[in-house]
Design a protein around this ligand. Structure first.
Ligand SMILES: [Zn+2]
Length: 267
């Protein structure tokens, strides 16, 4: 997939964490491959009344100490057949592990019935505080929850980020563009929907696998190489050269995630 991506002009990849354990897998993957970066995040679908046992103090610590402490406490648990849980295999954040380039994806998702609004907001606030303390941007996942999203992020005025896989209304897009400095994630969905398109200077291209494969590759598993198809679609849609789309969105990503300077940082 990495080779396929490079052959299709996708030169830099950010592997997105969606749970504690998953983020550490992303960290290992990034450490083993050139031009692959990672993020640390706990997706709102994992918010529970006790937020998976995340201790209160974690949000107040740097990502490295915070993540280390989470790992040591065995927060990530795997269910067993008998209904009990066992600790997930140990993964450690070593000094050789590159720093994450963002906190995310984190946010609010009220799409599925039975979601716990209070727990999601609490987890989101903890992750936002982690972003502030670590001086990292945020990849936001927001689905049918913008009424809560704006006031919650409003309490963290220094936070930078991207509203990934934007799927909301024109009105909401206008609010993001005028009330915040956030970028907006555009992916394969744009090629087969009627979503509003943000201006180029606010767009980040993204894969969002395994679904949302762009036209003309619908029906197969999405992968980073197909981001080039999104760039081609965007070029046609905005009346701009494909190369301009690639250059500008790469510039946006480098700026937000500071990819040129993403090196191993000591906590
Ligand atoms: Zn998402």
């Amino acid at each position: 997939m990495l080779e396929n991506a490079r052959e299709n002009n996708v030169q830099q990849i950010i592997c997105i964490g969606t749970s504690h354990e998953d983020s550490l897998v992303a960290a290992e993957f990034a450490a083993a491959h050139d031009n692959v970066y990672w993020t640390y995040g706990i997706h709102p679908e994992y918010a529970t009344s006790n937020n998976a046992g995340i201790p209160d103090g974690v949000a107040l610590m740097s990502w490295r100490r915070g993540v280390r402490r989470l790992a040591n406490r065995g927060v990530a648990r795997e269910p067993r057949g008998d209904g009990s849980e066992r600790r997930a295999p140990e993964r450690d954040i070593s000094d050789r592990t590159p720093s994450p380039v963002a906190i995310g994806e984190v946010g609010l998702d009220y799409h599925y019935a039975g979601y716990n609004r209070t727990a999601q907001i609490r987890l989101f606030e903890q992750m936002l505080q982690l972003a502030v303390d670590s001086d990292l941007p945020v990849s936001f996942h927001v689905r049918e929850a913008f009424d809560d999203f704006f006031p919650v992020v409003g309490n963290f005025p220094t936070v930078r980020g991207v509203v990934h896989s934007f799927t909301d209304s024109k009105k909401t897009l206008r609010r993001i563009l005028t009330e915040t400095d956030f970028y907006v994630g555009v992916n394969g969905l744009a090629t087969y929907s009627t979503l509003p398109t943000p201006p180029l200077e606010r767009i980040l291209l993204e894969t969002d696998a395994p679904f949302l494969t762009p036209v003309p590759f619908r029906g197969i598993i999405n992968e980073p190489a197909y981001v080039s198809a999104v760039a081609k679609w965007l070029g046609t849609h905005l009346g701009l050269e494909y190369e301009i789309i690639g250059k500008e969105t790469t510039k946006n990503a480098n700026k937000l995630f500071n990819l040129q300077h993403a090196i191993v940082r000591q906590a």
